[in-house]
Design a protein around this ligand. Structure first.
Ligand code: 9WN
Length: 454
């Protein structure tokens, strides 16, 4: 179904190639395992990242249940008492300056809500965790250990969703907002350009800092210094306000409600409902939450003029109309209307994301190939990323769009075969950029191959 066979033309040859890729992917995950969790990459990201760990757990669950569970449990060991799951849990054995901003920047232990024995960031990342927990559970071979895992995770996941809907919804519209581009997971996307452009950093309010990312990466691949200044300024302001969401929502110029976070919140709320049922708890509140978010997304994110989901900037009271891969994420909602599915499939098949077959290209570029801000190699401004490919693929499959889903899966596999387990890829040439041996690339290739088996 996913077209692995069509890539080589010979069923058996592709099966062998598929199993070699599978073994290579497992080797990447094993090399990035650091005892209780997996680093996204050994050089650029030496700690534990929130949504990376969820992707990794999904991939690992096909062959290593113990590590898949440990991955998610070690992330939630960093959960704050207000329910937030931090976007980074720092490894105390790694030097403080190995990544910027590191633990001495965030200073989470100064805040009473933070965990006692761990240093973390104060931001969050997209809420894919309940979905990941359910997927891990569903592939377990030991039912009692799997049930115990669900029992431990369920209250933590409930608290996490409650945090997002209670602390991150300043205008009470029933949707969760992000307060920093790093919270989007697609940090440098042109989707945030309009909001960042309107941020003037007041003199003296940008702390002195040194970028670490450029030590291990080509500056042409990474966000610019101007973008980084804004990232650091926003993060510093949040920390200065002691991570008080009410206060930061009032003061910050960056309060954005996006389709990825909220579509994942729907998907994960439905996973929570399934977990509740397995544990004999009431699933209805979680189903109710999912349908309320669905309606609120239609009301606040849907642009009838372009028939597309966009991200409103609550601070400027307007939709930011950039055509990025974020607009396809409502596919993750199994209850998305037929009109919504059709509109997304139309956009995904249009030349700005999927040029005619004659032109060599790979799916799915992170940003409009014809857009003014398109860049084939810079972070989130055009390259293909395997995690967003995977999200779109799972979304297409659940809406019965098997042909387009197969194109996406073929691209994923071809990119990795061509350039290795890189962090991201040029949508035209397929060249790999960013880190090598990148964990979620490996993990999600495992899911694509395993799910595609007859
Ligand atoms: C900041 C770890 C993370 C991913 C993000 C990706 C990138 C960090 C950075 O790396 O962000 O969180 O330093 O650029 O954008 O999605 O979780 O892989």
């Amino acid at each position: 179904m996913i077209g692995l066979a069509s890539a080589s033309g010979d069923g058996r040859a592709s099966e062998i190639a598929g199993s070699e890729l599978l073994e290579a992917a497992k080797a990447v995950l094993d090399a990035n395992w650091v005892g209780r969790s997996t680093v996204p990459s050994r050089d650029l990201y030496p700690h534990q990242w929130s949504w990376d760990s969820a992707f990794v757990a999904i991939g690992r669950s096909w062959y290593d249940q113990e590590r898949a569970q440990a991955e998610l449990e070690s992330l939630f060991a960093g959960q704050w008492s207000d329910g937030r799951v931090p976007h980074i849990v720092f490894n105390p054995d790694v030097p403080a300056d190995a990544y910027f901003p590191g633990p001495t920047f965030w200073r989470s232990s100064d805040v009473p809500d933070s965990p006692v024995r761990l240093e973390t960031s104060g931001l969050v990342q997209p809420p894919l965790h309940a979905w990941a927990v359910l997927e891990v559970h569903d592939r377990a071979s030991d039912p009692s250990a799997a049930r115990a895992f669900l029992e431990r995770m369920y209250p933590k996941l409930v608290a996490w969703h409650r945090y997002l809907l209670e602390h991150r919804d300043p205008e009470r519209i029933g949707l969760a907002a992000i307060l920093h581009p790093w919270e989007s997971g697609l940090d440098n996307s042109p989707a945030w350009e309009d909001a960042l452009r309107h941020i003037d950093i007041p003199a003296g309010l940008l702390p002195a800092y040194e970028r670490r990312d450029l030590v291990n990466a080509d500056p042409a691949d990474r966000p610019t210094d101007a973008a980084y200044d804004r990232f650091v300024y926003l993060a510093d302001a949040y920390r200065g306000g002691r991570y008080d969401d009410g206060r930061i929502c009032r003061m910050s110029p960056f309060v954005i409600v996006g389709p990825l976070v909220n579509a994942l919140l729907i998907r994960s709320s439905l996973a929570l409902a399934a977990i509740a049922e397995l544990l004999g708890d009431d699933p209805e509140p979680h189903r109710g939450a999912a349908s309320a978010i669905r309606h609120a997304m239609k009301e606040h994110l849907w642009d009838p003029q372009h028939a597309r989901y966009y991200s409103p900037n609550l601070k400027r009271g307007q939709l930011m109309r950039e055509a990025s891969i974020l607009s396809f994420m409502p596919l993750l909602d199994p209850g998305l209307s037929a009109q919504g599915v059709q509109a997304i499939v139309r956009d995904l098949s249009a030349p700005c994301f999927h040029p005619p077959e004659a032109a060599q290209h790979y799916l799915v570029p992170s940003y409009d190939l014809t857009g003014e801000l398109f860049d084939p190699r810079r972070y989130w401004r055009g390259p293909v990323w395997i995690n967003t490919d995977w999200l779109v693929w799972r979304g297409l499959l659940q809406h019965g769009q098997v042909d387009l889903a197969a194109h996406v899966a073929d691209s994923t596999i071809e990119l990795v075969r061509r350039s290795g387990f890189r962090e991201y890829f040029d949508p035209f040439s397929g060249a790999g950029y960013g880190s090598g041996d990148f964990a979620w690339t490996a993990a999600l290739v495992i899911d694509v191959i395993e799910r595609g088996r007859p």
